[in-house]
Write a protein that binds this ligand. Structure first.
Ligand SMILES: [Zn+2]
Length: 486
């Protein structure tokens, strides 16, 4: 049953039956974060969504190799290789080495992933750890005539590629449409075509992150890293490639072009993309001032938030929307999710103590079938959750003496909730307090943080918050002072 999985493929724009290339094994690549700044919530949604895919494929009996990269070099501000290097710019701003920036924000990323209870991927390769592979791939593209060099920078020739291949296959757009969406080349541009993109970029002498190459010192372009690393760990062809939908038009389009030009085959069979976030119906973005960070959501410190929400309430909230739908944040929706999550956890706590009698053994099996059917249909978490809540009502009714549960159904419902709530949806029990000593210690730390805030020493209060987050402890700021979640 669980193996009858169907997935929406961006490439075909339809829901297709999922059949892996190799029986019982799945290779999945997801574009990871660019670690030059605090991870934003859109990324959290994307990685939580693919965490669900990873978990469900494992539940379905597949052996999954899940590769999610860390972009720690070579990402310029513009997706088409324009503007400053994101790491160099941030390093200058924070007066740190670029690799200190990488270390700091990789750590933050891992802390947030842990707070959201996302499983680590099987392999987490970095761009800086695969410079040789990226140079080799660039060399091959030059040799095959798909790329050209201009003064130490190597560009991919999109126009030439388009003569034999469909460059806009993923976004379903033809070359003229794509050309219309890009700016005209100016006299200062080195590249020959407007859609051409850099595989290798010549570094200025003062650029800190640079490596020797056959074309002089430089650094890789952003798109080549994912082509090189997916090929290295998953082969020329693999099953699933994923990321946020903002990657379709350029990054993933260029990845397909690079891999096809090198190997003659498209890298992934299924392309999956997560939708964007909105806040009170408005697209979440830095410029709109509504782009709160995970920490701000946990602590409630953003002006748009009435209070803080625990990581598991937020995870539950995110799972209540399908990954291909927009996810709208509002105080009402978050508070409803917080209550829903608590109701789910309370029901699970009741299961062990339910009194058994009678025999209605078919009910839980049908509920399990419905949960599996929902997940089989393109990982539909909101529908699976609605079926789980039928189970919650049933548990509460049995507990109140309004319904009966047989011994075998009690075992089955415990397994259903364990499998779906903990293993597949990746939710876990959160406790508001630890033991007395720990609670005492936390009150001291919270008082110190309140003190630092009163002194306007926000660096100290943020540091304390981040260090606690690294331990999996989140702070919630509320009207009556701060509280914590373990
Ligand atoms: Zn990528």
């Amino acid at each position: 049953m669980a193996k009858a999985i169907r997935i929406y493929n961006t490439l075909s724009r339809t829901i297709e039956p999922f059949t892996p290339l190799h029986e019982n094994r799945v290779g999945m690549y997801v574009c990871g974060p660019t670690v030059y700044n605090y991870l934003h919530l859109g990324n959290c949604r994307t990685f939580s969504s693919f965490d669900i895919v990873f978990r469900y494929l494992i539940y379905a009996g597949y052996q999954v190799r899940y590769v999610r990269n860390i972009t720690d070099a070579g990402h310029l501000e513009g997706d088409r290789d324009e503007g400053d290097d994101k790491f160099a710019k941030r390093a200058k701003l924070e007066k740190l080495e670029p690799m200190e920036i990488v270390q700091k924000y990789t750590q933050y990323f891992h802390d947030v992933m842990q707070a959201f209870n996302c499983l680590p991927p099987s392999i987490e390769p970095t761009a800086t750890g695969h410079i040789i592979e990226q140079i080799e791939m660039t060399k091959l593209l030059l040799e095959k005539g798909w790329a050209y060099e201009v003064d130490g920078t190597i560009y991919f020739d999109v126009e030439k590629y388009s003569k034999e291949n469909s460059y806009g296959i993923l976004s379903n757009r033809n070359l003229n449409d794509l050309l219309d969406g890009t700016r005209e080349l100016s006299g200062q541009d080195e590249k020959q075509g407007r859609l051409d993109f850099a595989l290798w970029i010549k570094a200025k002498p003062e650029h800190l992150m640079q490596w020797p190459s056959p074309w002089g010192n430089g650094f890789p372009g952003w798109h080549i890293e994912c082509s090189a690393m997916s090929q290295k760990y998953l082969g020329n062809e693999f099953d699933i490639h994923g990321g946020g939908m903002d990657l379709i038009a350029t990054h993933h389009t260029n990845e397909i072009a690079q891999n096809c030009a090198c190997n003659g085959v498209s890298p992934a069979r299924v392309w999956m993309h997560t939708n964007m976030l909105t806040v009170n119906g408005v697209r979440m973005s830095k410029s709109a001032g509504n782009g709160f960070l995970p920490n701000e959501l946990f602590s409630g410190s953003h002006p748009l938030l009435e209070k803080g929400y625990s990581p598991m309430s937020v995870r539950f909230f995110m799972l209540q929307s399908h990954y291909r739908s927009t996810l709208d944040f509002s105080n009402e929706a978050l508070q409803a999710a917080e209550k829903g999550y608590a109701r789910l956890m309370n029901a699970i706590k009741l299961i062990d103590n339910l009194k058994t009698e009678g025999d209605n053994a078919s009910y839980i099996q049908s509920l399990t079938d419905k949960c599996e059917a929902a997940m089989n249909e393109d990982f539909n978490t909101p529908i699976a959750i609605s079926h789980l809540f039928e189970g919650v009502t049933f548990i509460n009714n049995v507990n109140d003496g309004r319904e009966k549960i047989s011994a075998s159904d009690k075992i089955a419902i415990k397994k259903l909730f364990h499998d779906f709530v903990f293993d597949i949806l990746g939710l876990k029990m959160e406790s508001e307090q630890g033991n007395d000593k720990l609670d005492g210690l936390m009150q001291i730390l919270l008082a110190q943080r309140a003190d630092a805030k009163a002194r306007k020493d926000f660096a100290a209060s943020d540091l304390l918050r981040d260090q606690l987050l690294a331990l999996g402890i989140t702070i919630k700021d509320g009207k009556e002072g701060a509280t914590y979640n373990l």
